[in-house]
Design a protein around this ligand. Structure first.
Ligand code: G3P
Ligand code: MG
Length: 249
């Protein structure tokens, strides 16, 4: 495995302040801004097609409604995933994982693929997403970082592609996080940077693994976190964060 070089700023759901989140337009927006890595969420349609989408429910980010897990890909593909964000994005579709990976590869971006299973689909989401990703991702490119809040999904990712680095996502603090990180051989700890206390940060940094924080759109907060030892931040507006931290080493 080539060495993972994590940038200080990762575009969240592409660059979702500028284009509808988790769409091809959002990947291209991030690339156009000069972002090095993007983060994207993957889940399964009812008929097990891996698609890039954050919510369990279709209503917030598409012209449709209902659960992704209850909707076949053919019907998902009919939905507009851009108009809610702005008229100029009308016609944007929910991308398949395959389309998104190809766009990421074509644009020379690094990737954090977050496995975001709908409830009860932790195993198959990891298996199917990893199966696609390992077939598509070029051997000579740095591997994607595979992250999840689901320990079951991460365990499956580890079984399927142990050499690809894993990121343990933590929203609410829980005491056994170090045991879980060790069990999953997590390469990074990906934490909620907006609810962080200095004491907790110290604890997360203590094992010496890279710590990444989401979702940081305030440049001053990004600077503070990076100065405190965090390796990188996820941001909806990665360009603004980059400008602020240009002078940091
Ligand atoms: O992976 C970082 C971040 O995306 C985790 O939270 O809800 O935005 O997927 P969420
Ligand atoms: Mg995410």
């Amino acid at each position: 495995m080539s060495k993972l070089i994590i940038p200080k700023v990762i575009g969240h759901r592409g660059a979702c302040a500028y284009a509808p989140e988790n769409t091809l337009a959002s990947i291209h927006a991030a690339a156009d801004l000069g972002v090095e890595w993007v983060e994207m969420d993957v889940k399964l349609t009812r008929d097990h097609v891996p698609v890039i989408f954050h919510d369990d429910d279709l209503s917030r980010c598409t012209s449709g409604s209902g659960l992704v897990a209850d909707t076949d890909f053919r019907d998902i593909r009919e939905l507009d995933a851009g108009a809610w964000f702005g008229e100029s994005f009308m016609g944007e579709k929910i991308p398949t994982l395959e389309e998104a990976l190809n766009a990421v590869i074509d644009r020379g971006l690094g990737l954090n693929l977050e496995i975001k299973p709908c409830p009860g689909r932790e195993v198959e989401t990891a298996e199917i997403a990893l199966d696609f990703a390992t077939r598509i991702w070029p051997d000579d490119a740095p591997p994607p970082l595979i992250s999840s809040f689901s320990h079951v999904s991460l365990e499956n990712a580890m079984d399927m592609m142990g050499e690809w680095p894993r990121g343990l996502l933590i929203d609410d603090y829980f005491e056994q996080w170090q045991d879980i990180a060790a069990h999953l051989d997590a390469h990074t700890i990906n934490i909620n940077g907006r609810t962080l206390t200095p004491e907790r940060l110290e604890e997360y940094l203590s094992p010496g693994k890279p710590v990444l924080a989401y979702t940081i759109n305030d440049p001053a907060m990004a600077r503070e976190l990076l100065e405190a030892g965090i390796t990188g931040v996820f941001s909806d507006c990665p360009d603004i964060i980059r400008e602020e931290i240009e002078t940091l080493h």
